[in-house]
Design a protein. Structure first.
Length: 345
C-alpha cells in the first residue's frame, strides 16, 4: 500500500460519505480522481484488506438483542464447532482463544426470541462442555478504528472541515445507555420506508459512480430523498455509521486480546469510561457474570503484537487503578468469522 491507500483506509473506516457521488468526494481529499478511488477500493477488497463497505446498524433500535457466548469445546471438535457457528446467519464474530473457554462468538436475535434457549441449543450442537451467555449490561465503547501508519494524521480533520459531505468521526462513537422501551415501541418507531431503506442498505456497497442511486432505484425512490433518509437514520442512532470494515491483520494489527476484570460495582462506571478513551480499545462493556465467569468488565484491544497488547493493559491498570491480579487476558488464536450481521426489519 502507498500513502494514498493508507489515507483512503483511514477515512473510509471512520465514515464513508453518504452522497450521490461519494468516490469523487473522497478523491478530492486524496488528490486523485473518483475512478481512481474506485480502482483502489476494488484492489484493496481483492487483497482482503477491505472486507466490505456498508452500514453499522444499532441492533437494539431495530428490535434485536445481542450477547457474547463463550464455549468450552473439546480440542478435537474445535475446528468443526467453529464451522458450525460460522454458518449461523446471526453470528457476526467468532474467535478461538487461548483459554479453557476456547470458542467465543457474538449472537444476535430478535428481542422477542429466547436467547438462553438458543445459546443452549448451539452449545449442544458444537459439543460444548459448558456454554456461557454473557450479555452486556452497560456499553462504554463500541467500534474499531485502525490508524494505519504512513497516512496523514490530520487527514480526517481536514476532510471534515473541507467538505460537508464528509462528516467524519475519527474516534468510534459512544453507545447510548438506558431503557429503549418495549419491543412494540421500538418497532413502531420504524416507518415502512425506514424498514425498506434499512433492508436494502445492508449490502456491500456497489463500486459504481453513483452507488446509492442503484440502491434507491430498487425502492423506486428519488436518490436524494434516499440519502436524506439515510442521514436521518444516522441522526436517530438507528445507523451508527456507514463505513468500511477493515481486516486488521492485513494492516498490521495482528494481535487482539480480550481483557476481563473483576471490578467492584461502585467503580465499574469510572473504570469503563476511562478504558474507553484508549485508542487501542475497540469495545468496552460491563457484562453479566455467573458462577463459571466472575469477570464483569470486558475490553477488546488491538495492537501490532502481543507485547504491545500487554503494554496497553499495563497502562490501563496504572491509569484506572484496576487490580492486575483480578484480570484475565485471552488472546485470539484464530479468527473464525468476522462480518456484519444483516438485520431484517
Amino acid at each position: 500500500m502507498d500513502n494514498i491507500d493508507k489515507d483512503l483506509l483511514n477515512i473510509i473506516q471512520s465514515e464513508f460519505p453518504l452522497s450521490r457521488e461519494p468516490f469523487p468526494a473522497l478523491g478530492l481529499h486524496l488528490g486523485i480522481a473518483g475512478d481512481e478511488v474506485i480502482r483502489r477500493i476494488d484492489r484493496l477488497k481483492a487483497e482482503g484488506i477491505i472486507r466490505l463497505i456498508g452500514p453499522v446498524i444499532n441492533p437494539k433500535k431495530v428490535g434485536y438483542q445481542t450477547t457474547l457466548v463463550a464455549a468450552k469445546v473439546p480440542l478435537k471438535w474445535l475446528d468443526k464447532a467453529g464451522q458450525i457457528i460460522s454458518r449461523h446467519p446471526m453470528v457476526s464474530h467468532c474467535y478461538q482463544r487461548d483459554h479453557d473457554f476456547n470458542l467465543w462468538f457474538t449472537l444476535a436475535m430478535p428481542l422477542t426470541g429466547d436467547v438462553e434457549n438458543e445459546v443452549r441449543k448451539l452449545g449442544n450442537k458444537i459439543k460444548s462442555e459448558t456454554t456461557l451467555n454473557l450479555p452486556a449490561t452497560k456499553t462504554f465503547k463500541i467500534g474499531a478504528y485502525f490508524n494505519i501508519d504512513g497516512g496523514s494524521s490530520d487527514l480526517s480533520l481536514r476532510a471534515k472541515s473541507g467538505n460537508p459531505n464528509l462528516s467524519l468521526r475519527v474516534l468510534p462513537e459512544w453507545e447510548g445507555r438506558g431503557n429503549l422501551g418495549s419491543y412494540s415501541d421500538i418497532v413502531n418507531n420504524l416507518s415502512t420506508t425506514d424498514r425498506a431503506i434499512i433492508n436494502v442498505l445492508q449490502q456491500d456497497l456497489p463500486l459504481s459512480e453513483k452507488p446509492f442511486d442503484l440502491m434507491s432505484a430498487k425502492l423506486q425512490m428519488d436518490a436524494d430523498e434516499f440519502l436524506s433518509r439515510c442521514q436521518n437514520l444516522l441522526q436517530r442512532g438507528i445507523m451508527r455509521r456507514f463505513s468500511a470494515s477493515i481486516n486488521h491483520d492485513k494492516v498490521g494489527f495482528t494481535a487482539n486480546a480480550m481483557i476481563c476484570w473483576k471490578v467492584p460495582s461502585d467503580i465499574v462506571d469510572t473504570s469503563g469510561t476511562k478504558i474507553a478513551t484508549f485508542p487501542e480499545v475497540s469495545h468496552c462493556y460491563e457484562r453479566r457474570t455467573n458462577r463459571f465467569w466472575p469477570y464483569n468488565l470486558f475490553a477488546m484491544i488491538h495492537a501490532h503484537s502481543n507485547e504491545n497488547c500487554r503494554a496497553v493493559i499495563d497502562k490501563i491498570c496504572s491509569e484506572t487503578g484496576l487490580d492486575r491480579n483480578e484480570k484475565l487476558l485471552l488472546f485470539s488464536t484464530k479468527e473464525v468469522k468476522k462480518t456484519r450481521v444483516s438485520y431484517k426489519v
